[in-house]
Design a protein around this ligand. Structure first.
Ligand code: SAH
Ligand code: SF4
Length: 347
């Protein structure tokens, strides 16, 4: 038997071509695509198609979906964290956040991660597999349907390293922003990376208007080497060069993530070193109080220290803000929920 095709990962034009081979009219592809974009999980739900056609589709295609396994709602700010299971039982997390401008979701791109950053819950677990574009879309659709809302912003900051799943991530970006599909503009999407330099260059070539967010977390290679294994392969200067190239090609300002770790990367000298690195690139720095993860010794810097750090950078004209931590009562940083679930299972 031929493997079923992943219909949600297809572009409308591909579906049209595919259906034409079966002798199905083009307008049918539009109808099917509309259902798929709404997040239906089966062909039976496509009620404007004949039963015969639904059966024919079922023999050729498969609709990937994600299923809500657990859901945590923050009492503080309404942030909702989802634990989803994939078709093969792999687990990923997503987070829904409400801002003044609308709803934003943080989605996962891999089940697990190979990068092994020492402060990250996802990096502590085994890598399971890459997500398909359809599974990335499904996280957004499931959350929209569960809350009866429309999502306006998407950040690829959940579990996994998006650029380590490059082809699927690129296809997802094209699908989610397509007018035929969910129509969420690229300007409203952020891709976060620990710094896969070769892939940053490749993405820059695409000239998408997505925001690139780089997880830097250290002001020099000596410290970055200690917490991020990727730094053995690509040094900070390589990452910064890639950021410059990204901005040159896309016109987009890069976002620099810097997790504040007590007595590790939070001194006045660290702020000054960071300023020297970032001088001359078009960027915005986000300071994030690090979330303590079970099995790690990292503690967040005190808020006074973070404010001081922020001020030093701003005085030197490096645009810096302190990230508002949403859902802190529900461990809303991605990776923590699945990690805990594995603990619960003794995994
Ligand atoms: N792999 C990508 C995207 C997923 S991680 C990346 O590393 O950028 C999303 C963000 O969460 C990254 O900036 C990552 O460094 C950060 N992060 C991971 N663990 C964290 C923790 N314990 N506290 C605060 N931020 C954390
Ligand atoms: Fe992977 Fe990002 Fe976590 Fe590092 S911080 S282990 S790259 S998910």
């Amino acid at each position: 038997m031929l493997a079923l095709k992943d219909i949600k990962s297809m572009f409308l034009c591909e579906l049209k071509e595919d259906l034409a081979i079966e002798g199905i009219e083009k307008y049918r592809a539009n109808q099917i695509y509309e259902w798929i974009s709404k997040g239906v999980c089966s062909f039976e739900e496509m009620t404007n198609l004949s039963i015969k056609m639904r059966q024919a589709l079922q023999e050729k295609y498969f609709i990937y979906r994600v299923k809500i396994e657990k859901k945590f709602v923050s009492k503080r700010d309404g942030t909702i964290k989802y634990l989803f299971s994939l078709t093969d039982g792999a687990m990923v997390e997503s987070v829904l956040m409400k801002y003044e401008y609308g709803y934003s979701v943080c989605i996962s791109t891999q089940a697990g991660c190979k990068m092994g950053c020492s402060f990250c819950a996802t990096g502590k677990d085994k890598f399971f597999r890459n997500l398909y574009p359809s599974e990335m879309l499904s996280q957004i659709q499931e959350i929209q349907n569960d809350n009866n809302i429309r999502i306006s912003n998407v950040v690829l900051m959940g579990m996994g390293e998006p650029l380590d799943n490059y082809d699927n991530t690129v296809r997802f970006l094209q699908l989610v922003s397509s007018e035929d599909g969910m129509n969420i503009g690229m300007r409203h999407i952020t891709v976060s990376t620990c710094g896969l330099v070769d892939k940053i260059y490749k993405l820059a070539e695409k000239k998408f208007s997505v925001t690139l967010s780089v997880s830097l977390h250290a002001p020099n290679d000596r410290l970055r080497d200690k917490i991020m294994p990727i730094n053995k392969k690509w040094k900070i200067k390589d990452v910064i060069e890639a950021c410059k190239y990204y901005t040159k090609n896309t016109g987009r300002r890069v976002s620099i993530e810097y997790a504040m770790i007590e007595n590790f990367n939070d001194s006045r000298k660290d702020a000054e070193d960071l300023e020297l690195i970032l001088k001359g690139i078009l960027c915005h720095v986000n300071l994030i109080p690090i979330n303590s993860v079970e099995g790690t010794e990292f503690k967040s810097s005190k808020i006074t220290k973070i404010r001081e750090f922020c001020e030093i950078l701003n005085k030197k004209n490096i645009n810096t803000t302190i990230r508002r931590t949403l859902g802190s009562d529900i461990n809303a940083s991605c990776g923590q929920l699945r990690h805990r679930n594995n603990f619960d299972k003794g995994g």
